[in-house]
Ligand binder design. Structure first.
Ligand code: SAH
Length: 317
């Protein structure tokens, strides 16, 4: 059964090292719910835990394998997984990084987290550390990481992750778009003060809880009154709002209207114009860059997300 999965992964162009790791870990050992054995190694999402209140899934193997490929996951690496669930993916990654490597995984729900810890113990998997808590903060004690890989849809890549990532390290992350129900996955590389990279493909994970799922609420608290300055007409404004969200992590929503919350001003996004209150030179500069790139959507741009420096975009992929 596992062999069939191995060949499915090979058909996706997955490398031997990663595909073989799936042969070494019994997926049934991570499913609290019982499935017919023929299901377990299908290339599908399975519910791993469901008590009516808390819910976790074992992600689709081919998608996990692709994430690992993009991460360049290899022997000896240290990886942080966000959204540990009952631990299947962490266990598979532990075989890719091998004895000299380490997988740290963080799971928000205590009950699910305890099951993951027990699963690792029962299966004698020693190079996985399962931490219970909000993945928003990462796991600073064991940083820095070569790779941070999220298996849950998050509102942003928080600064904690950025700081815990090695320079040159990679982040693979499904991001919850705020205007649509989309959850595109991105690959970023840390270069100095920036995460650089872009869109990979559409996904559909569980949406994160805790601080990884409440960005709009947190930003709402930062809203302040500023005097109206000017209105600017913007073509394809909804596309621009998504870019502002990805690049600044400073979007909020009040009564169905989106706002950018800056330190010197606020920008209100209406149907085809944005209204600036106070100053938001960073947004005006972004608009200028975006115009230069022909108003392309984020899938066709390179994102340079700054941490404590201004973000920017470039047009060539
Ligand atoms: N990697 C898992 C997939 C888990 S599904 C596997 O291989 O089985 C996503 C998990 O993310 C869920 O268990 C959910 O409880 C968890 N989660 C949700 N919000 C989180 C947060 N803020 N921090 C960490 N984990 C979170």
């Amino acid at each position: 059964m596992k062999e069939r999965l191995f060949w499915i992964l090979k058909n996706y162009g997955i490398s031997d090292r990663i595909a073989k790791a799936f042969l070494e870990i019994p997926r049934e050992g991570f499913l609290v719910k019982r499935y017919p054995s023929s299901y377990v190694y299908e290339d599908i999402v399975l519910v791993s835990y469901d008590d009516g209140e808390v819910y976790s899934t074992s992600s689709q193997p081919s998608l996990m394998a692709m994430f690992m490929e993009w991460a360049g996951l290899d022997e000896g690496m240290k990886v942080l997984e966000i959204g540990g669930g009952t631990g299947y993916n962490a266990a598979v990654m532990s075989r890719v990084v091998g004895k000299k490597g380490l997988v740290v995984t963080i799971e928000y729900f205590e009950k699910v987290c305890r099951i993951a810890q027990e699963n690792m113990r029962r299966l004698g998997i020693e190079n996985v550390v399962v931490v219970c808590g909000d993945g928003y903060y990462g796991v600073s004690d064991l940083a820095p990481y070569d790779v941070i890989l999220a298996t849950v849809g998050v509102d942003e890549v928080p600064e904690h992750w950025f700081r815990q990532l090695k320079d040159g390290g990679r982040v693979i992350v499904p991001i919850n778009m705020k205007l649509s129900e989309r959850q595109p996955a991105f690959l970023f590389v840390k270069k100095g003060n920036y995460l650089e990279g872009g869109y990979k493909l559409e996904t559909r994970f569980i949406k994160a809880g805790g601080n990884l799922g409440n960005l709009l609420e947190r930003n709402r608290k930062l809203l302040k009154d500023f005097p109206f300055r000017k209105a600017i007409q913007v073509p394809r404004l909804h596309v621009f709002v998504e870019l502002v969200d990805l690049l600044t992590r400073r979007l909020t929503r009040v009564n169905g209207i989106f706002y950018y919350v800056g330190s010197e001003g606020v920008v209100e996004f209406l149907d085809d114009e944005m209204r600036i209150y106070g100053d938001a030179p960073e947004i005006e500069s972004l608009l200028f860059q975006w115009e230069e790139c022909g108003y392309r959507s984020f899938e066709h741009l390179v994102l340079h997300i700054g941490y404590n420096v201004l973000s920017h975009i470039s047009c060539t992929i």
